[in-house]
Write a protein that binds this ligand. Structure first.
Ligand SMILES: Cc1cc2nc3c(=O)[nH]c(=O)nc-3n(C[C@H](O)[C@H](O)[C@H](O)COP(=O)(O)OP(=O)(O)OC[C@H]3O[C@@H](n4cnc5c(N)ncnc54)[C@H](O)[C@@H]3O)c2cc1C
Ligand SMILES: NC(=O)c1ccc[n+]([C@@H]2O[C@H](COP(=O)([O-])OP(=O)(O)OC[C@H]3O[C@@H](n4cnc5c(N)ncnc54)[C@H](O)[C@@H]3O)[C@@H](O)[C@H]2O)c1
Length: 455
């Protein structure tokens, strides 16, 4: 295994559980991006502000005006262990994995060289889980101002007075929200009319409204022409002519697979490009059934939970292959990451939250029907005064099953798994009708959606 992030760790564990001896090579911290600079610290920074906003929506709850940044950072540090990965190393050893610290490079078939020295030769397979790295746009002056990436934002020790955020993807909106609630003056600069362009418009619109309510200034239809260091900060020249001075600039313009320095050229592949895989996790362009890849590096679904799913599938497939058992390539088998094509769940942890799975809207030429409603049920009105939320389902009318769902609103994240189950299980809507939501919960929205569909 090359890469000891969350995905590599799980693939290694499954392969070890399947009877293989597994060496896990990691050149930075066992636990990867997610544990120290991504999912975990970002959610720790967001939760207090979201909770404060929620408490303010229910009269009778005594709350203060603002979160305490020092306490928020301290709790974040508790979760990240300030980068101490000894617990992960102990865990790996405990499940029978041999952790090796160093940079792994593929130097031949089944061969990985660590730090240019020790050569590991796999009897069965090499699995790559090297993750992704930030994609930085070329903007004049950007390299002269030491911009923040997501690592600097999630590990910040102090709240900047003025923060510019470039990019309206998930990192951009989550970090804009977090730092606004921590007390920064935040400017979010996005190219489109709304953030989160891959989601239904109502999601981006609700998130923009939430950000503005939290005090964020959103510059839409914008971008950066240039950046320069000036007395007292960094000057941003926005497309259209506006200028801003900020103390820090977070660049959140996407990520690309981490295939540089991995030796993929020796296999005839191009560094910087994803390692494209089949559903068993086999790298498609490499013959011989020995090279597999999982997680962000594959470009399939750059999310921790979906990468770990692929890791379970591929770890088991590699163990089966090693045992001389057939690797099952059929859809929905234990060795196929079929859900990647149908149901990738994702939550954006802003206030309001956005929770989505499957299709965001109808596909052209397909028998798809969209139902959009407000989340306005007894459960939501009790949950928060003035609860504003929206829900969408996308239905395959021919098969009578759900193929997509999106929820926007406070605390909708916990609604998401019900939608994922309905899509993966291909539960007919006529049967879903009998899944009665408890009263009074936000889940009552399921009943309203089915009624609006015509049941
Ligand atoms: C700010 C932010 C917030 C996020 N929040 C969420 C969230 O809330 N939920 C969610 O599901 N996803 C979230 N993500 C995405 C999530 O972080 C990734 O999908 C996840 O980390 C991918 O796991 P991975 O193991 O594939 O890669 P990584 O976590 O990147 O791990 C790869 C590991 O491989 C190591 N490595 C790389 N090359 C080599 C080499 N040649 N030799 C040895 N080791 C190597 C790296 O050091 C690293 O430890 C977030 C991302 C960001 C940036
Ligand atoms: N809650 C979560 O699940 C979560 C949280 C954070 C990140 N992530 C994952 O991490 C990955 C990286 O997130 P991200 O937000 O960096 O990437 P992203 O691809 O989601 O968004 C990047 C955004 O930046 C915009 N952009 C690109 N270049 C630009 C430029 N020069 N000027 C202005 N805008 C520009 C793009 O149009 C896009 O909307 C994603 O795959 C995301 O799913 C997940």
């Amino acid at each position: 295994m090359i890469g000891g992030g969350p995905v590599g760790e799980v693939a290694a564990e499954r392969a070890a559980r399947g009877g293989l001896r597994v060496a896990l090579v990691e050149h930075e911290r066992f636990g990867g991006e997610c544990s120290y600079w991504a999912c975990i610290p970002s959610k720790a920074l967001l939760r207090p502000g979201n909770l404060l906003a929620a408490a303010k929506r229910v009269p009778g709850v005594p709350v203060g005006d603002a979160v305490d940044p020092a306490a928020v950072f301290a709790r974040r540090d508790w979760f990240t262990g300030k980068g101490d990965d000894s617990g992960q190393v102990k865990w790996a050893e405990g499940v029978g994995i041999v952790p090796i610290r160093g940079h792994g490079r593929i130097t031949g078939e089944r061969e990985v060289t660590v730090d240019g020295g020790d050569v590991l030769t796999a009897r069965q397979a090499v699995i790559v889980a090297t993750g992704s790295v930030p994609r930085t746009p070329s903007i004049p002056g950007l390299d002269t101002v030491s911009p923040w990436g997501s690592r600097e934002a999630t590990s910040a020790e102090a709240v900047p007075g003025r923060l510019g955020v470039l990019g309206g993807g998930v990192v951009g909106v989550e970090m804009a929200q977090a730092f606004a609630t921590l007390g920064a003056e935040v400017h979010l600069i996005i190219s489109g009319e709304r953030p989160l362009p891959r989601l239904p418009d109502f999601a981006g619109d609700a998130v923009i409204a939430g950000l503005r309510e939290a005090g964020v200034t959103v510059h839409t239809g914008s971008g950066l022409d240039s950046v320069s260091a000036v007395d007292g900060g960094k000057e941003l020249s926005l497309k259209g002519g506006d200028r801003l001075i900020v103390d820090e600039l977070l660049v959140a313009t996407g990520r690309r697979p981490a295939t540089d320095g991995l030796g993929v050229e020796t296999l005839g592949l191009e560094a910087g490009k994803p390692l494209t895989t089949d559903d068993n996790g086999r790298v498609s362009a490499v013959d011989g059934d020995w090279l597999f890849a999982v997680g962000d590096v594959t470009g399939r679904a750059p999310l921790t939970h979906q990468g770990k799913y692929a890791a379970r599938v591929t770890g088991d497939a590699v163990a089966a292959q090693a045992a001389g058992e057939p690797v099952d390539s059929s859809a929905w088998s234990a060795h196929s990451a079929t859900a990647d094509h149908h149901a990738i769940p994702q939550v954006v942890f802003t206030d309001p939250e956005v929770a989505s799975v499957g299709l965001a809207g109808p596909e052209e030429g397909k028998p798809h029907r969209v139902v959009d409603i407000d989340i306005a049920v007894a459960g939501s009105s009790l949950h928060a005064d003035g609860y504003a939320g929206k829900a969408r389902i996308v239905v395959d009318t021919e098969r009578g099953v759900l193929v997509g769902a999106t929820f926007v609103g406070q605390d909708v994240s916990e609604l998401l798994h019900s939608a994922t189950i309905a899509i993966v299980g291909e539960v007919p809507l006529s049967r879903l009708w009998h899944a009665v939501p408890s009263f009074p919960t936000i889940s009552e929205v399921w009943l309203r959606l089915l009624e609006a569909y015509g049941l």
